[in-house]
Write a protein that binds this ligand. Structure first.
Ligand SMILES: [Zn+2]
Ligand SMILES: [Zn+2]
Length: 153
């Protein structure tokens, strides 16, 4: 699904503002630049960490988008791979930008067992697991690491 023309340069994009970055991401995946998509991408770009739908809604501000709109918008961004579900915590999916991930592997996440904070580890890559049996097709690998964060170590 990822062609050469959609591999945008992250380094270059961080220099432009959030709205321009959001527009470029949508254009690269041939999605219309709707107000909702741009607003959600701006929230995720600014946060630079996984957020639940509830937290995204809070950062968007109550008046602008209802729950259904946010859900639908997230779904459309998930479908084209701009956004990933990073992990499930306390029954809530945490969403984040998939810019540091490949088609088959998301960057690992580290959760501190002491304070409960979760961190993205975009520079850590883990060898892809091999399918153990016939009939199992591995499509994506997500790694969750646990331990102590720098503040708690
Ligand atoms: Zn900690
Ligand atoms: Zn992450």
């Amino acid at each position: 699904m990822v062609g050469t023309e959609v591999n945008f340069c992250w380094e270059k994009m961080t220099k432009s503002n959030l709205k321009t970055q959001a527009r470029e991401m949508l254009r690269a995946r041939k999605l219309y630049c709707t107000e909702g998509r741009i607003a959600i991408l701006k929230v995720l770009l600014k946060a630079a960490k996984p957020l639940t739908q509830e937290k995204i809604a809070r950062r968007l501000g109550k008046k602008r988008f209802d729950k259904v709109t946010i859900y639908r918008t997230l779904t459309s961004l998930l479908k084209v791979g701009i956004v990933h579900r990073a992990f499930l915590h306390q029954r809530a999916w945490h969403f984040e930008l998939a810019d540091h991930c490949t088609e088959t592997q998301c960057h690992p996440h580290f959760t501190c067992t002491n304070c409960g904070s979760t961190h993205c580890l975009p520079d850590v890559s883990v060898p892809m697991a091999k399918s153990p049996h016939r009939g199992f097709v591995i499509q994506r690998q997500q790694v969750r690491l646990e331990g102590l964060c720098p503040a708690c170590a």
